[in-house]
Design a protein around this ligand. Structure first.
Ligand code: ZN
Length: 166
């Protein structure tokens, strides 16, 4: 596994798919932590080009410092600090839910190389829904995109959460 993790650029598509699922499982773990904290259960994991996990985070928009603390923005901030870099050129961001407008813009500003997400978000998403930020002329950097990784697991957690709120 360690060997594979260090050679992400040379992986076959099967190996890449497997690796994507492993990292998404870690993002799901983060989402479950958010659920326990009564936050909308979204988790994210930031991975370097070498397959090293730089940061993992979950949504803390309700009980954290402020409403900008979505899983993606927290993970990217942590990653930039740990790399001592302003931008995250070679990194892949895994997130359990299609990013919102703010996070899609932040992903673009941070120059994330590849975005992998789980469940689609027809209501609040801004990648394949809504604003479709990466296809907008205002967007200067569009990441490579993989969607639908463990989408059922990622989506079920959200459905459960909102059902419990009714
Ligand atoms: Zn967001």
């Amino acid at each position: 596994m360690a060997d594979n993790l260090n050679k992400t650029s040379e992986l076959s598509s099967d190996e890449q798919e497997h690796l994507d699922e492993q990292f998404m499982l870690m993002a799901l773990k983060e989402a479950k932590l958010a659920y326990k904290e009564d936050e909308v259960p979204v988790g994210a994991v930031l991975v370097s080009a070498d397959g090293v996990i730089l940061a993992s985070a979950h949504n803390t928009a309700e009980h954290g410092l402020h409403a900008l603390a979505h899983a993606e923005t927290v993970a990217m901030s942590m990653g930039a600090i740990s790399l001592e870099q302003k931008r995250l050129w070679d990194c892949t961001l895994y997130v359990t839910l299609e990013p919102c407008t703010m996070c899609a813009a932040a992903i673009s500003f941070m120059r994330i190389k590849r975005l992998v997400y789980g469940a689609a978000n027809p209501k609040g998403g801004a990648v394949e829904h809504g604003l479709r930020f990466f296809d907008n002329p205002a967007c200067n950097h569009k990441p490579l995109l993989t969607k639908g990784v463990l989408s059922e697991e990622c989506g079920c957690l959200l459905t459960d959460f909102f059902r419990s709120k009714r």
